[in-house]
Write a protein that binds this ligand. Structure first.
Ligand SMILES: Cc1cc2nc3c(=O)[nH]c(=O)nc-3n(C[C@H](O)[C@H](O)[C@H](O)COP(=O)(O)O)c2cc1C
Length: 264
């Protein structure tokens, strides 16, 4: 048997959690597929596929939703869904499950893991969730790992795992869907500090919406920008800023505490 996790991670929290999952579930070898590097991966060889990303305005990022909706239709392959979130996961897990189910996957189960906050405006306010996940949240994650392992072992033994699907709590179900433009509107215009910018191209490489090119400094295509803050978070010189946020709230990689918790 073979398994894969297709993931999209802005700052590495989700990627780290996927690595942890792959390491902990010894029953089957996992391939980790970064969908920003492989947009149309061949998922045919896999018996189980995971779809994992982070919460972006209470839903999966547009980039990952586009990936899921463009997947080739399946005939009932087994899947699971997973997301990390910094404050409130909203409908993320359910949207992931519904989009994967619409492509023909059978969603065995799903889990949302509380992790440090990567959204700069919240970090700037001191809302960082820097110690997430708390012990009980880690326990719940561990329980998810065990339930997933059991289902994979059932499949290996030729059985049919129970399809639990994904359930949201009432307050999550009541969350309104936000317009696609919310994130970009709140981010507002981006600017480049010409003194700091070294024209290294990191912003171009990390932008998942192909909204930046160099000329020779970064130029932003506001119509393509989704407001994901990847350019702001990842610029090694912190040369990219917005009208309201500068030199504050960056989250480029998983913090040391999370790395330690998910060291495996
Ligand atoms: C643009 C943006 C929007 C976000 N929106 C939410 C949100 O609505 N709810 C939430 O709990 N976390 C939100 N977050 C925080 C991330 O979901 C969280 O920090 C996650 O662990 C980041 O995962 P990553 O490191 O794999 O990108 C947002 C982060 C960004 C960058």
């Amino acid at each position: 048997m073979q398994a894969a996790i297709c993931y999209y991670s802005g700052s590495g929290n989700t990627e780290l959690a996927c690595e942890y999952l792959a390491q902990r579930i010894e029953a089957v070898p996992f391939d980790l597929v970064d969908i920003t590097e492989s947009d149309q991966p061949d998922l045919e060889p896999y018996d189980v596929v995971g779809f994992a990303t982070f919460t972006d305005f209470f839903a999966p990022p547009q980039r990952f939703q586009t990936f899921l909706t463009s997947l080739s239709p399946q005939k009932g392959d087994y899947a699971f869904v997973f997301n990390t979130y910094g404050s409130f996961s909203g409908k993320t897990l359910k949207v992931l499950a519904d989009l994967a189910a619409a492509r023909g996957y059978r969603i065995m189960l799903g889990h949302s893991l509380h992790t440090p906050e990567s959204y700069p405006p919240l970090n700037a306010l001191g809302i960082t969730s820097e110690s997430a996940p708390k012990p009980r949240e880690l326990d719940a994650f561990e329980e998810f790992v065990e339930r997933l392992t059991t289902k994979i072992e059932t499949l290996q033994a030729g059985g049919e795992p129970e399809i639990e699907g994904v359930k949201l709590k009432l307050f999550q179900r009541l969350m309104p869907a936000l317009p696609r433009t919310t994130s970009q509107t709140l981010m507002g215009d981006k600017h480049v500090d010409a003194q700091r910018c070294t024209e290294c191209g990191t912003c171009v490489a990390v932008c998942p919406y192909e909204a930046i090119h160099l000329n020779p400094k970064p130029v932003f295509d506001e119509a393509r920008c989704y407001g994901c803050w990847a350019c702001y978070n990842h610029c090694p010189e912190q040369a990219i800023h917005t009208t309201r946020y500068r030199d504050v709230g960056h989250y480029a990689t998983p913090n040391a505490e999370l790395q330690e918790k998910l060291a495996g």
